[in-house]
Design a protein around this ligand. Structure first.
Ligand code: UT7
Length: 320
C-alpha cells in the first residue's frame, strides 16, 4: 500500500504585514525585499498560536478527506516553533481534535519537516502499521525573529498547513531525503543554555541567524539534484511531472530549480509572495492552495520538495 493524500487544509494569521508596512518601521523597502526574494507580504500571529493554526488546518484536511478524528492512527507535527517545550504540539492537536486512538509526536527538520513527515507516513503505511495519518506543518516564526535584524525578519511568516494521508493503491511512489549537519551553523537559532544547580552557561542567541548566500548556494545545488534522484528512482522525466511544489524561501531559488530542470515556471506555483517563508508550513500551505484551486487532477504526478536548516533536504514524487 501507498500513502495517498486524501485531504488538505491551511491557516494563516489574520494580520497581514506588507513590505511597505515594514518599510515604515525599519530600514528596508518593498523594492529590496521583492527583488531579492519575491516576497510581498507575510501573516503574523497576534491572537493565533502554533496550535490554534494547526488545529484549524487539521480540521479542514479531515473534512476534505472524509475521515473522523477518531479514525486517525497517527499525528505527526513538523515544527521548530511549537508554543511550548512540553507538551508536544502534536499532542495538543490530538486533544483538540479528539483523536483518541492516535499516537502523536513532533518532528523537527526545519523547512524539510513536512516532506520528512510525509516520508515517515509513507513508511508506516507501507509497513501496514497505520492506515490514517494526519501530518501538520506549523510555525510561529515571528517569535524567533530579531526584529532589529532586517536581513532575516523580513523573510519569514507564520501559518500552518495539514494533510490527511490514507492507505491506498496509488499515492507516494518515491522519496529521497538527506542531511548535512556539518553545515548546521549557516542557519541557526539558539536554545536554552545549560542552567542547573551545577552549571550556569552563557545564554545563547535566541534568534534565527542565517548566512543567506550559503543557504542560497546550497538550495540551488541540492534541490534539483534530489528531485533528479527521485525521478531517476521511478524512471520519470521532469516533463512527466504536472507540478513541482517547492519550499517557499525565495523566488530566485524556485526559478533556478525550474531552469535546471528545464521546466516552465507555470509548473512551479508559489505562495511566498503572500506568505513569506514559513519553514515546515510552506509546502503544506502551498499544497492546500493548489488543491483548493482545482489544479490537481486524479492521476497527476507531482513533486514536493523541502530544504533548509540542518542542513536538510528531501523530495517526494506522488500520484494525486
Ligand atoms: O528556509 C530556509 C531557506 N532559506 C533560504 O533559502 C534563503 C536563501 N538566501 C536568500 O534568499 C538570500 O541570500 C537573501 C534574500 C536572504 C539575501 O539576499 P542577498 O542577495 O544574499 O543579500 P545580502 O545578504 O548579500 O545583502 C545585500 C545588501 C547588504 O547591504 P550592503 O552590505 O551590500 O550595503 C545588506 O545589508 O542588502 C542589505 N540588506 C537589506 N537592505 C534592505 C539586507 N537585508 C535588507 C533588507 N532591506 N531587508
Amino acid at each position: 500500500m501507498r500513502a495517498r493524500i486524501a485531504g488538505t487544509g491551511s491557516s494563516l494569521p489574520g494580520l497581514r504585514v506588507t513590505n511597505d508596512d515594514l518599510g515604515k518601521i525599519m530600514d528596508t523597502s518593498d523594492a529590496w525585499i521583492r527583488n531579492r526574494t519575491g516576497i510581498g507580504a507575510r501573516h503574523i500571529a497576534v491572537e493565533e498560536t502554533t496550535a490554534s493554526m494547526s488545529i484549524e488546518a487539521a480540521k479542514q484536511a479531515l473534512e476534505q478527506a472524509g475521515i473522523k478524528a477518531e479514525e486517525l492512527d497517527l499525528i505527526i507535527a513538523a515544527t521548530l516553533s511549537a508554543d511550548h517545550v512540553l507538551p508536544p504540539l502534536s499532542c495538543e492537536i490530538q486533544s483538540a481534535l479528539g483523536a483518541v486512538h492516535a499516537v502523536a509526536y513532533d518532528l523537527c527538520a526545519a523547512c524539510s519537516g513536512f516532506v520528512f513527515a510525509l516520508n515517515t507516513a509513507q513508511a508506516y503505511i507501507q509497513s501496514g502499521l497505520y492506515k490514517n495519518i494526519l501530518i501538520v506543518g506549523a510555525e510561529t516564526l515571528s517569535k524567533l525573529m530579531d526584529w532589529s535584524d532586517r536581513s532575516t525578519c523580513v523573510l519569514f511568516g507564520d501559518g500552518a498547513g495539514a494533510a490527511v494521508v490514507t492507505a491506498a493503491e496509488e499515492g507516494i511512489f518515491a522519496g529521497v531525503q538527506g542531511s548535512d549537519g556539518s553545515k548546521g551553523m549557516v542557519l541557526s537559532c539558539g536554545g536554552r543554555p545549560v542552567h542547573n544547580l551545577f552549571a550556569d552557561r552563557e545564554p545563547e542567541d535566541p534568534y534565527v541567524r542565517m548566512n543567506g548566500q550559503e543557504v542560497y548556494k546550497f538550495a540551488v545545488r541540492t534541490v534539483p539534484k534530489c528531485i533528479g534522484q527521485v525521478l531517476e528512482q521511478v524512471r520519470l522525466q521532469p516533463q512527466d511531472i504536472s507540478l513541482f511544489l517547492l519550499h517557499q524561501a525565495n523566488q530566485r531559488i524556485i526559478e533556478a530549480v525550474a531552469k535546471r530542470l528545464g521546466q516552465p515556471m507555470e509548473k512551479f506555483p508559489v505562495c511566498l509572495e503572500e506568505c513569506g517563508n514559513i519553514s515546515a508550513a510552506s509546502v503544506p500551505i502551498l499544497l492546500d492552495q493548489v488543491n483548493r484551486q482545482g489544479r490537481l487532477k486524479s492521476g497527476d504526478k507531482i513533486i514536493l520538495a523541502g530544504f533548509g536548516a540542518g542542513l536538510t533536504w528531501g523530495a517526494i514524487a506522488l500520484s494525486w
